[in-house]
Design a protein around this ligand. Structure first.
Ligand code: LUZ
Ligand code: MOS
Length: 768
């Protein structure tokens, strides 16, 4: 192994294992003696009934092969918990291509995979639906329509100087986590089941496994180590693979490992929801938005999964970072014969942002009001009451916009681009300013809670367990900082444990950007509890009173740099001595912390309340250059002014902003998730599905954090960071579009991703 430079070592010890390839992902764990390997059999068409599984050819392959189907499930063959619409193993009917119809186990993975391919599936194919609007026309919507409304949009449109209508498409997005879905199940004595799962939500996996096996949750233990990425793809959709492994482990009595290969992961698991949307926007003479109406046809796929929470987030972000007095946002979960679409970084937010940004872009085009002016005068302002009834405080939309415009000298850039376009025929440039206002909290109220368990050991080292799963986003680092700071000790004393359901229970998935907000806060509270026990104990020590005076009380004692102080005076006792004395006196050095995000209440019936603790703001400038002959383009510059509160670790947040921005650009420009009319995934490999790579991202990115941006509503004054900056990527769409329009003046189009084929079609006046 290469030696690690010391600066790096000292900086982020918890990243070191990852950096040096020592992190063990599920597939790297040593398999226990006798471990079997499971592989799923996916349906080979998108819809059908009277399913019959014929295992004979698979069984003949090897004596170790066994094949399980729905009838082998000892508990309930059901994963859905919003509504029971998602069997673990298809039973009778099937609703998307790649739905798990049977499970094969064998002595090794190649044998299991070969046997899986030999399992015959019979039944009667039915015509599938893949288009959300078609599903809507047929009445195939899940549950009911959902809406948020404020004011009278019809009246607003009547008063408007301009009313602009349009439609918008946004494609799905594949997570492309480097580590595919995987789990290992270990049957234990007394019918207990222990699992290792690559999941963002160990509790969700525990619940699913208990339900499938028909045992109480206390009989199931789930542990998640560090994940090789997740991006929402392992929020709900890690559970089926863990449940299948557990099922096979129960039925064979042996440990079972299940790791999907890339191709099957792409085909069988859900992705970001494609949306098809209509919008209508009304402007006053001076450009103020008077009314906005949006209808979202969410392609939900074959089962509800997280679609409802995602639809709510879409509705909550309908007006983006703009203030609109009259709003009507309506959403439909359209049931189609595609894999159940699921959580993906942004979670319905990006889809909403694309619609409002398309509306305002088109409004600028139609009204002739310069786009940047139109955007700027409509930005959210302090104290604005949103259409969902939340009074916004500490609004930083205009601030990030103005600072960015100033730092990047946007007026000069606009002139420069004009000049460039005047003097270049075969290359054209465009830019776009993209603002974000992203609500932080799970849209489902009960999910906004978390716990921690902290142990201080006799040697002064500290173990911190929470519900947070580390997947590369740096949440472990933030929890570590919060614990060390609260206890007043060095960071290298603290170890962040893997996430395990027997250590911290009833956890919510590490999702919704809230991982640190919830879990670092729970850890901080637990550390505060231990700290106050220690200071209370220290206040009773006679030798400290001798130094500090007889009036020494716990609230005057501070622990800093591993030493005790009172009113700035060193009390002559360090962390280790204090702990030794405390243990002698039998003081409990373990504590549980619990945090429920404050101030949340939302009445779904009237669609009003405070669904979010706070919002994250920011503005990005994206500049693009188009090759007019080829329809290709590149991003040539991005400047971001981001509201990160007071970052707990600025480098971590910078990495998150860069990554989210790249992922947003990928969604907006490159990633062409495509299904055939028969429900077959066409972009089923990384040669046909293009994600941003180093070459695509090879342009200068400047990221500035808003200064003095303390956020009193989250841990240590910070703000959540995971999802909001993904929205900046939408700026890439409009930067490219405006460059295209510089080449060929004419109305824009709103069909994301803006792949070069669409650019070419636009440039040649053809069909997009
Ligand atoms: N997951 C979830 C999320 O269950 N609820 C949410 O509101 C959410 N938001 C973003 C990402 N994941
Ligand atoms: Mo999520 S989209 O798992 O934060």
């Amino acid at each position: 192994m290469n030696p690690i430079p010391e600066e790096v070592q000292n900086e982020r010890p918890e990243s070191l294992l990852n950096l040096t390839g020592q992190t063990r992902y599920t597939d790297d764990l040593p398999v226990p003696e006798g471990c079997l390997h499971a592989y799923p059999v996916g349906t080979r068409s998108a819809k059908g009934k009277n399913l019959v599984v014929d295992p004979s050819a698979a069984l003949a392959l090897d004596p170790s092969v066994r094949v399980f189907t729905a009838s082998d499930v000892p508990g309930e063959n059901q994963l859905g918990y919003v509504i029971p619409d998602e069997p673990l193993l298809a039973q009778g009917k099937w609703e998307f291509k790649g739905q798990v119809a049977a499970l094969v186990v064998a002595r090794d993975r190649p044998t299991a995979q070969r046997a899986a391919a030999l399992v015959r599936l019979q039944g009667e194919d039915l015509p599938p639906v893949t288009d959300p609007r078609e599903a809507f026309r047929r009445g195939d919507i899940i549950l009911q329509p959902y809406h948020l409304e404020e004011g009278d949009v019809e009246a607003a449109f009547r008063e408007s100087a301009w009313v602009i209508e349009g439609s918008c498409e946004s494609g799905g997005q594949e997570h492309v986590y480097l580590e595919t879905q995987s789990a290992i199940a270990y049957p234990e004595e007394g019918g207990r089941m222990r699992l290792w799962s690559s999941t963002q939500g160990p509790t969700g996996v525990q619940r699913a496994v208990a339900n499938i096996l028909g045992v109480p949750m206390a009989q199931v233990e789930v542990e998640a180590g560090r994940l090789g990425g997740a991006f929402g793809g392992k929020e709900d959709q890690a559970a089926p693979w863990a449940a299948l492994a557990a099922l096979a482990a129960r039925l064979t009595g042996l440990p079972v490992k299940l790791v999907l290969n890339r191709a099957d992961d792409l085909r069988m698991t859900g992705k970001r929801h494609p949306y098809s949307s209509d919008f209508k926007i009304g402007l006053a003479e001076d450009g103020r938005i008077l009314g906005f109406q949006a209808t979202y046809y969410q392609n939900s796929g074959a089962s509800i999964d997280l679609s409802l929470a995602i639809l709510w987030r879409t509705l909550f972000h309908a007006t983006g970072a703009y203030k609109v007095p009259a709003v009507k946002a309506v959403g439909y979960m359209c049931k189609t014969n595609l894999p159940p679409f699921t959580a993906f970084r942004g979670f319905g937010g990006p889809q909403a942002f694309f619609v409002i940004e398309s509306a305002i872009y088109k409004a600028a085009e139609v009204s002739g009001i310069p786009l940047t002016h139109l955007q700027r005068i409509n930005l959210l302002t302090e104290g604005w009451r949103t259409y969902y009834g939340m009074k916004l405080q500490d609004v930083r939309a205009e601030k990030t916009w103005d600072l960015l415009v100033q730092r990047s000298n946007v007026p000069a850039l606009e002139r420069e681009i004009e000049e460039f376009n005047r003097t270049h025929r075969l290359k054209k440039r465009g830019m776009h300013l993209q603002s974000v206002c992203f609500g932080i909290s799970f849209t489902k109220l009960m999910m906004n809670q978390g716990g921690a368990l902290v142990h201080v050991y006799a040697d002064g080292s500290v173990s911190v367990a929470t519900g947070a799963v580390e997947m590369g986003q740096g949440v472990a680092r933030k929890i570590l900082v919060a614990a060390a700071r609260t206890l007043g000790i060095s960071e290298d004393r603290v170890r962040i444990e893997r996430t395990r359901t027997t250590t911290v229970a009833n956890t919510v998935p590490t999702a919704a950007s809230t991982g640190a907000d919830i879990n670092a806060m729970a850890a901080l509270l637990a550390c505060q509890e231990i700290r106050s026990r220690l200071t209370a104990f220290a206040a009773t020590l006679p030798e400290l009173k001798k130094i500090a005076g007889p009036e020494l009380s716990a609230d005057r004692i501070d622990i800093k740099n591993e030493r005790l102080y009172a009113g700035g005076k060193d009390l002559g006792i360090d962390w280790n001595t204090l702990l030794t004395r405390a243990l002698e006196e039998r003081i409990d050095l373990s504590a549980h912390g619990y945090y429920a995000s404050p101030g949340l209440r939302f009445d779904q019936g009237i669609g009003k309340g405070n669904p979010f603790v706070y919002h994250v703001y920011g503005t990005a400038l994206v500049e693009a250059e188009v090759d007019v002959l080829r329809g290709t383009y590149k991003i040539i510059r991005a400047d971001i002014m981001h509201d990160g509160g007071i970052p707990i670790d600025e480098k971590v947040d910078r990495g998150q902003i860069e990554g989210a921005f790249a992922q947003g650009l990928g969604w907006a420009l490159l990633e062409d998730l495509r299904f055939g009319p028969d429900g077959t995934l066409l972009s089923d490999s990384l040669s046909t599905y293009k994600v941003p790579d180093l070459r695509f991202m090879d342009f200068p990115i400047r990221i500035d954090f808003l200064e003095n941006a303390l956020n009193p509503l989250a841990v240590l004054g910070s703000k959540a960071v995971g999802e909001p900056p993904l929205i900046f990527g939408i700026g890439g769409y409009f930067a490219v579009l405006s460059a295209l329009q510089a080449a060929r003046p004419g109305p824009g189009f709103y069909d994301l991703p803006l792949i070069p084929e669409k650019a070419m079609a636009f440039l040649t006046g053809g069909k997009k």
